[in-house]
Design a protein around this ligand. Structure first.
Ligand code: PMP
Length: 394
């Protein structure tokens, strides 16, 4: 059987992690892998998560099956967190899924059941896993203009013109906030225009919300999602709790669907649950129960929000410090965009030879497309990093 197979390509980011681990230089800097890191370079368990886990351990009475849609308290808390009161809940359904990736997967499968082979439009560039998830679900992928390598901002006029050309059979995948890999995001006014375009064309918005709270705060980061879902009859949202709750390995996320009315919502949800049943039957509970416990308890919620805010402001501070240091040392504004970007990543716009050079000469590791994880910048090394970037960019 297996002799028919040839080796699948390895994951580039995991390979980079391996290279970094094998590099003996004590001065090396890891800006590669996409997990949050604190000032000690570790990815800690949030204290609200730890406390929730203690409560769960003491109170849990059964390990019996959860049900296909998952933890109900988790579901309604996540709807409050993501959608707020932007849309009538009678039109909304949610199913817990394994991570943002699992949520994207089951929703792509749902799209393919509704319209086999339809096209999902993704930003150029986008998170590299979007394409395989869509294609493995039977969908076609095309790109709309997004990142401007000159300004390192969004090519908004071109993006909007492309979206305006789409129709009812198209799906538009949008990053709800904290765009990965670029770090360049839409302003509130631009979200308004995107929402109006989607309402006009009838293309289906599909929002990937993997970094809620990592950009400008929980409410500000939800603006685009809420604006879009309140402007159109149908929408999909894939939520991830990996980053904002630091629950990466618990694999916790949610697939959210908004239908034109309650009856259509029930029918569509029945197909979503049927997809889940035929894939992994039921989701695991632990991450969902942690999030439910935190969001339903006033004290734990306050503690979580404070911790999340601390992580967010640390990333904004590192952005500002790096941009400011480069400005001072080069007398140029070429890297000011780092301070304007939001979320964990910035795409520096360096070519692959420069990325390789930074790794070989300076031990600065970033993804091959020149994406850096700003949370990985050691604050005391900002000067060294600024010098390395400036020397490599000459
Ligand atoms: N979407 C985007 C844009 C992401 O960056 C990620 C994580 N790297 C995910 C979805 C999925 O996250 P997870 O499956 O780990 O929750």
């Amino acid at each position: 059987m297996f002799e028919t197979l040839s080796k699948a390509p390895g994951d580039k980011i995991l390979a980079l992690m391996g290279e970094y681990a094998a590099d003996p230089r004590p001065t090396k800097i890891d800006l590669g892998v996409g997990v949050y890191k604190d000032e000690k370079g570790t990815t800690p368990i949030m204290s609200a998560v730890r406390k929730a886990e203690e409560r769960i351990l003491a109170a849990e009475k059964t390990k019996s099956y959860l049900g296909i849609a998952g933890n109900k308290g988790f579901g309604s808390a996540v709807l409050d967190l993501t959608l707020g009161d932007s849309v009538d809940r009678s039109r909304v359904r949610i199913a817990q899924a394994p991570g943002g990736t699992g949520s994207l997967w089951v929703l792509m499968q749902l799209i393919n059941r509704a319209r086999p082979g339809t096209t999902v439009w993704v930003s150029d560039p986008t998170w590299p896993n979007h394409n395989p998830i869509a294609e493995n679900s039977g969908l076609a992928v095309a790109t709309y203009p997004y990142f401007d390598p000159e300004t390192r901002g969004v090519r908004f006029t071109e993006m909007l013109a492309a979206l305006d050309q789409l129709g009812k059979d198209d799906v538009v995948l949008l990053h709800g906030c904290c765009h990965n890999p670029t770090g360049a995001n839409l302003s509130a006014e631009q979200w308004d225009q995107v929402a109006a375009s989607l309402a006009r064309t009838g293309a289906l918005p599909f929002i990937d919300l993997a970094y809620l709270g990592f950009g400008d705060g929980l409410e500000a980061d939800a603006y685009g999602t809420r604006k879009v879902v309140s402007s159109v009859p149908e929408a999909l949202v894939a939520f991830s709790g990996s980053k904002n709750f630091g629950l990466y390995r618990e694999r916790i996320g949610a697939a959210i669907l908004i239908a034109r009315d309650a009856e259509q919502a029930d029918i569509t949800q029945s197909q979503l649950l049927n997809i889940i049943r035929g894939a992994y039957s039921q989701p695991p509970d632990h991450g969902a129960e942690i999030i439910r416990t935190i969001l339903e308890d006033a004290d734990l919620r306050t503690e979580w929000e404070a911790e999340l805010n601390q992580m967010r402001t640390r990333m904004v501070h590192l952005r500002e410090k790096l941009a400011e240091t480069i400005r001072q040392r080069s007398n140029s504004e070429d890297f000011d965009f780092i301070a304007d970007h939001r979320g964990m990543f910035s795409l520096l716009g360096l070519d692959s030879a420069t990325v390789e050079h930074l790794k070989a000469a300076n031990g600065v590791y970033m993804v091959g497309d020149s994406r850096i994880n700003v949370a990985g910048i050691p604050e005391e090394r900002v000067g060294d990093l600024a010098d390395a970037l400036l020397a490599a960019n000459k």
